[in-house]
Design a protein around this ligand. Structure first.
Ligand code: NHO
Length: 361
């Protein structure tokens, strides 16, 4: 029987689904025993000085009802490092501060699994520190869900690189939100909705970040490209070091509430319609894509026109599609397509990473 301690930090859309999956895994893997020893959300934490287990099924309710104030991260790391078992730290937050603590966590022999993009798409120095510390301590760091939710994007790329394939280009639709917006604003059949209405609808359906500007600025896609580029050996210095098209009109980039922003976006509907009409006149559709050309070392994020038969033009809902052009795959890229956002599928990437880590520590 393998016994592993788990610390879960963050229990929102992804974290709460992860906890459900952890409860299920605990019952379906007879040779594994998980001890949930720490759980926290932004303002509360639950843990016991004697390292006794927290019941996984009721952890969230207990945390909400009787959690203590959130301790300082250094205190948490000391606590986890003193547990007399291997520990996996599951970061389900989007916290930059927690991401920056990864080297410290790994230094104490604690492995990490996370969908948080921040650690892998901020400065290149942080990236180097994380992987160098992992190498020197043997603590592992897995982050499949930081790109493409639960789809096997990072593991596939890592396998290609590890077996010596040469990556030539990676191209795709990396944002579930942008996919949904353009699939409904510029569909293959019919004229589609007005831009501001589609943004409002996507927000109401829960497809966007609480403030849609966090999707429209292109940074989420830029972060995902930065991660893939670095894994394939292109050391991009940050997610803002290459061309990223920001779909927030310049005049709306200042301090405005989300509602004011959505209200003022209506004034730009004609401009957006023009984009879609120009593409339609050439029998194409417009989509928001990211690409990395490894021969030139150039990454870019923005609007592109696609033939109606192109796989990128034919996505549905909030699907992602990612194409790997490599030496081995020649002119026919390896294409991975599927749900690219949502709690359950993103948590699946975290849970499967946990199983991979546990099998190796
Ligand atoms: P939430 O729902 O805001 O939950 C965050 C949780 O973290 C809350 O419980 C909060 O209390 C806690 N928290 C924040 N700071 C904390 C701190 N300092 N200490 C302790 N707890 C803290 O966020 P989500 O949606 O659950 O996301 C969690 C992480 O998964 C984020 O890093 C997010 O970027 C990442 N992620 C989410 C998704 C998704 O679909 N929700 C995806 C990938 C990664 O594949 C998805 C995707 O790319 C979506 C993207 N917007 C797209 O393509 O359109």
């Amino acid at each position: 029987m393998k016994e592993v301690s788990i610390a879960v930090v963050g229990a929102g859309g992804v974290g709460s689904c992860f906890l459900q999956q952890l409860a299920l895994i605990a019952t379906t893997h007879p040779k594994l025993r998980f001890h949930l020893n720490y759980i926290a959300i932004i303002d509360k934490a639950l843990y016991h000085d004697d390292f006794s287990d927290i019941d996984i099924d009721t952890a969230l309710a207990t945390l909400e009802a009787s959690g203590a104030p959130l301790p300082n991260l250094d205190v948490v790391i000391d606590y986890l490092a003193s547990i007399p078992r291997k520990v996996v730290f599951v970061d389900n937050t989007s916290s930059q501060a927690i991401a920056e603590a990864y080297p410290k966590i790994l230094q104490r022999g604690i492995s990490i699994v996370t969908p948080n993009k921040k650690a892998f798409s901020s400065s290149y120095e942080l990236w180097q520190q994380i992987f160098a510390t992992s190498l020197s301590t043997g603590a592992l760091v897995y982050h499949e869900s930081s790109v493409g939710a639960g789809m096997p994007i990072i593991s596939t790329l890592n396998d290609m690189v590890a077996t010596g394939d040469k990556i030539q280009k990676i191209e795709g639709v990396f944002s579930g939100t942008m996919s949904y917006l353009f699939n409904s604003f510029a569909p293959l059949t019919g004229s589609g909705g007005r831009w501001s209405e589609e943004v409002r609808k996507a927000k109401a359906l829960g497809f966007t970040e609480p403030d849609p500007r966090d999707d429209l600025n292109g940074l989420d896609v830029a972060r995902k490209l930065t991660i893939l580029a670095r894994l394939a050996g292109l050391p991009l210095s940050s997610a803002t070091s290459f061309s990223v098209q920001n779909l927030i009109p310049e005049k709306l980039r200042r301090d405005l509430s989300t509602e004011e922003f959505l209200e003022r976006l209506i004034a730009y509907d004609d401009e957006m319609d023009l984009l879609k009409q120009e593409a339609a006149a050439a029998d194409k559709v417009v989509r928001f894509v990211g690409s990395i050309d490894f021969t030139t070392g150039i990454a870019s994020v923005g609007l592109q026109w696609y033939d109606r038969l192109h796989s990128i033009a034919n996505l549905q809902g909030s699907d992602n599609i990612i194409s790997f052009y490599t030496e081995r795959y020649g002119s026919k890229p390896l294409i991975i397509r599927g749900a690219g956002a949502g709690g359950a599928v993103t948590a699946m990437g975290v849970s499967s990473d946990l199983l991979k880590v546990v099998s190796q520590i």
